[in-house]
Design a protein around this ligand. Structure first.
Ligand code: ACM
Length: 538
């Protein structure tokens, strides 16, 4: 970084605390300096965009232009001379960093890459009034120097239990993009539904994507017998991946194997079941099904390899999530093939059958050309098996006992992502109010509790580079409608986004609350549902 931006960055840190509450940006930028004066948009307002490989900076501007025009209450037109909105290249900035300067003469956004411009314009969009207006808007002058804390700023959506469809997934991606999140972890398979077309195994969706109950049974709550189903074709997947890429979001697919696979077992019992002689159906209940894949059957291993081969060209991001959570071993313990395989690998820990299965999949990945190889991500239960069977470049997504598990993974040389069940499972009730719709939990995962989680607490500095970032997770056992999905997500998604982006020393809940409340008009303008109690005055 050159001296000038460095000085303005340092000045910004000093000024930022004083002005935080008046600049309602979420996530809070690394540095905001308010300066005197204001910029008034013209009618029309001129802009200029730098040349960049593939015209990709122009693509970013064009993607957001209509929305920015709406927010500014005017139209934008390319400049012939000096422009009022200037996008300029600054090669000294990091790939996601940006500078945004608003002064009486105009607005300048500087970045080294398209992603930085995208984030600069997302910041600008949050500064715009988003209320009905009759004249072009004015903005207070300020200087922002900003860059993310973490490279992994994730959100996971479970569409196995309930599927929300392409339009809603795009809306979720828009919400993520507004808060500068960049990893969409798509949980596409579950005991209760297989949601992605695999051409070599059509019954995965013909059978595995359908079930005989819309709501899922739980304890005394019976399934409702309403036919329910749905899945994404490979064309749908390509459309979503492209939509996400336009918003600088990488899609990380999760095929959860060998546990949470009852829907797949129901589709292909002859290949996957530990007890193919018994009936198998897509599960109608919540919980953890014991009906897991028979990992000792070579046909099951081959099927997993074939599925990976279809996933790789659909999802270009170099990570693939293979699940690994909550995999009961009871059926393996009762299966002669599994018992024999455990003996043959010289172990007495049935969890090692799961690790041995992953080893074969990882070996398969290693046979691919470099550009087709994907690094594997697993839930942290995998640490209970012999991880020496896998390379140390796997990533552990830590959810149960997350801080401890992540530290364990980092200590073993693996990278890790913090997605602590409490409080980052934002499908759990977000208030103890009697009006809160039914979901998991007692309402203790409030906006404040989510906000106040501190990533990397007590982690030795020499392990920090193993922590890729943080992620909110959303499980959909109780959540059937897009309205309820959005209600539970918002505004807690924004709280996680701030943990992912903003330096810890600038984070403060009451300051965040003031800023997020100021965004209510934007949430309404974008037609995003949210928990209204978080926006009411006490
Ligand atoms: C999980 O919550 N079972 C990853």
């Amino acid at each position: 970084m050159r001296i000038k931006p460095l000085i303005s960055l340092m000045l910004g840190f000093i000024a930022a605390t004083a002005v935080a509450a008046t600049t309602p940006l979420v996530p809070k930028p690394a540095s905001v300096t308010e300066i005197s004066g204001e910029f008034r948009f013209s009618s029309p307002t001129t802009y200029s965009v730098p040349a960049y490989a593939g015209d990709s900076v122009a693509h970013v501007f064009n993607l957001l232009k209509a929305d920015l025009e709406k927010g500014a209450g005017t139209t934008f037109t390319p400049a012939t001379g000096k422009a009022e909105i200037n996008l300029t290249l600054n090669p000294d900035l990091g790939p996601e960093a940006y500078l945004l300067s608003i002064n009486p003469q105009g607005i300048t956004a500087a970045a080294s890459r398209p992603a930085g411009f995208f984030y600069a314009l997302q910041t600008l969009r949050q500064l715009l009034p988003f209320t009905t207006q009759t004249a072009p808007a004015t903005l207070p002058c300020l200087e922002i120097a900003d860059a993310p804390r973490f490279g992994w700023r994730g959100f996971m959506l479970d569409e196995g239990r309930h599927i929300f469809g392409k339009d809603e997934v795009k809306k979720v991606l828009d919400m993520m993009a507004a808060y500068k999140m960049n990893r969409f972890h798509w949980h596409l398979t579950e005991d209760q539904g297989w949601r992605i077309e695999i051409k070599k195994y059509p019954k995965l969706t013909e059978v595995g994507a359908q079930r005989g109950s819309k709501s899922l049974g739980w304890r005394k709550m019976e399934p409702d017998t309403v036919a329910y189903g749905g899945f994404y074709t490979q064309d749908d997947i390509r459309e979503i991946v492209a939509y996400a890429a336009d918003r600088f979001i990488e899609v990380v697919p999760e095929i959860d194997i060998p546990g949470h696979t009852q829907a797949a077992v129901a589709a292909y019992p002859e290949l996957l079941a530990c007890d193919p002689e018994n009936p198998h159906e897509v599960w109608l209940m919540q919980g953890v099904s014991p009906d897991v894949m028979n990992v000792a059957n070579p046909a099951a291993v081959q099927m997993a390899k074939d599925i990976i081969d279809e996933l790789v060209p659909l999802f270009p991001f170099p990570y693939l999530h293979l699940g690994g959570d909550e995999c009961p071993t009871d059926k393996w313990e009762a299966n002669a093939q599994c018992v024999a395989q455990l003996d043959s690998i010289g172990s007495t820990n049935f969890r090692d059958l799961q690790l041995n299965f992953y080893k074969q999949l990882n070996d398969h990945m290693a046979t691919k050309p470099e550009s087709d190889r994907r690094k594997l991500i697993f839930w942290n239960e995998v640490l209970h098996g012999n991880t020496d069977m896998l390379p140390s470049d796997i990533t552990i997504m830590a959810w149960v006992g997350a801080d401890k598990a992540a530290l364990d993974a980092a200590g073993r040389g693996m990278t890790t992502i913090l997605s602590p069940q409490i409080p980052y499972y934002i499908n759990r009730k977000q208030s103890p109010l009697a009006t809160e719709p039914v979901s998991q939990g007692a309402g203790t995962e409030t906006l404040e509790a989510v906000y106040n989680y501190v990533p990397l607490k007590n982690v030795p500095a020499n392990l920090h580079d193993k922590y890729l970032g943080v992620q909110a997770n959303f499980w959909s056992e109780y959540v059937i409608t897009p309205e309820f999905l959005e209600y539970l997500m918002m505004p807690r998604l924004a709280a996680v986004a701030e943990a992912a982006w903003t330096p810890q020393n600038l984070r403060d809940y009451s300051d965040f609350r003031t800023r997020i409340r100021a965004q209510e008009p934007m949430l309404r303008a974008r037609d995003w549902n949210f928990a209204p109690h978080e926006f009411m005055n006490e």
